[in-house]
Design a protein around this ligand. Structure first.
Ligand code: UT7
Length: 317
């Protein structure tokens, strides 16, 4: 597998910490100090599909292709307005592709899970060009009266077109079933036969627990991948990490004993956009000319599940 093109899209409204102070018992100082986030993008007139389609079109264009060249679409998504059909089906129609597609939900680690699936399809000779779109609206999962959660998230979409190559040096995926640290129970339609009341709740998160697990698991994943591949840390150009909290990124960096320049971030502008965060950052870096052919990138993401995913990828564009 190798990455052939990337794209991203964000809602037009930037909501600053100051704007949150108007209705929440919070402050720009607290949010900045504890998370590094200064603003996040939130949907107003847009729908998530609009962002997904824009990111997808940019990635296809960047790869020098048309939708007709795609033979598989994987969409990483936790929630969107449609329970069915899958968001990937809607994206397929909107961009004018005709290939099979499916959605996956590996929470914030979805992009790397999708890269791994794509790698398998390409290796098996079942596809030539695969579109991955990570489109997320976590701001629709949180209670906007809960300062512990709503300040952390933003909406957005990131995409990549991948094709055959040997850029993927290793992948590491882990899942440990620990619902209690991060979950949302959505409301489903009642039936006349259900026993008892079914509860639903906006996002529940044990922030400190998630923080600690994210730091320890991501650091362990990165060390294990470097040891497995024999890649020396000095060969790594960038660590492209899930953008949840600047302090999480800093803690991982500290444990790895690395320099700040190797840890690009945009969490200050987007907040946590779930699985879209890694491909949005990757696209921004690519378009800013920060990536060169042969660069070794270490990616790592973590989220609800608890799920972690990491990979080491050579930039080949
Ligand atoms: O993709 C994965 C998704 N989730 C994450 O990555 C989240 C990981 N966790 C974190 O990023 C951090 O744990 C948080 C940013 C959520 C919280 O930071 P913390 O340094 O762990 O703070 P804390 O939970 O220890 O809370 C400290 C205080 C509490 O007040 P008391 O109980 O000490 O009086 C909170 O009520 O900060 C309070 N607090 C706030 N104050 C102002 C929590 N949220 C806010 C807020 N504004 N928005």
């Amino acid at each position: 597998m190798k990455i052939l093109g990337t794209g991203c899209a964000s809602p037009s409204l930037a909501v600053t910490n100051k704007m949150l102070e108007e209705f929440l018992d919070t402050s720009d100082e607290w949010i900045t100090e504890r998370t590094g986030i200064k603003e996040r993008r939130l949907m107003t007139s847009e729908h998530l599909l609009d962002l997904a389609v824009e990111a997808a079109r940019k990635a296809i264009d960047d790869a020098g292709m048309t939708a007709a060249d795609l033979d598989y679409i994987i969409c990483s998504n936790v929630v969107n307005e449609y329970s069915t059909p899958a968001l990937s089906c809607l994206i397929q129609g909107a961009i004018g592709a005709t290939c099979p597609c499916l959605d996956i939900n590996a929470a914030c680690a979805g992009f790397i899970f999708a890269l791994d699936m794509a790698e398998d399809k390409l290796r098996a000779g079942k596809a030539e060009n695969i579109l991955i779109v990570c489109a997320e609206e976590p701001t629709r999962m949180v209670d906007w009266n809960d300062r512990n959660t709503c300040v952390l998230f933003g909406d957005g979409a990131g995409a990549a077109v991948v094709g055959r190559g040997d850029a993927m040096k290793t992948v590491r995926l882990t899942t440990s079933s620990r619902k209690e640290v991060l979950y949302q129970v959505r409301r489903l339609e009642p039936t006349p036969y259900l026993d008892g009341e079914r509860e639903f709740a906006p996002l529940v998160m044990k922030g400190r627990d998630v923080f600690k697990t994210a730091v320890s698991s991501s650091t362990a994943d990165i060390k294990a991948m470097l040891a497995e591949t024999g890649i020396d840390p000095s060969q790594v150009k960038y660590y492209v990490l899930h953008q949840a909290n600047e302090r999480i990124i800093d803690s991982i960096r500290g444990l790895l004993g690395e320099q700040p320049e190797k840890f690009p971030h945009n969490v200050e502008r987007y907040g946590n956009t779930s699985s879209a965060s890694v491909p949005i950052l990757l696209d921004e870096m690519s378009r800013a000319g920060k990536l060169s052919k042969g660069d070794i990138l270490v990616m790592s993401a973590f989220g609800a599940g608890f799920t972690t995913a990491g990979c080491i990828l050579e930039w080949t564009k």
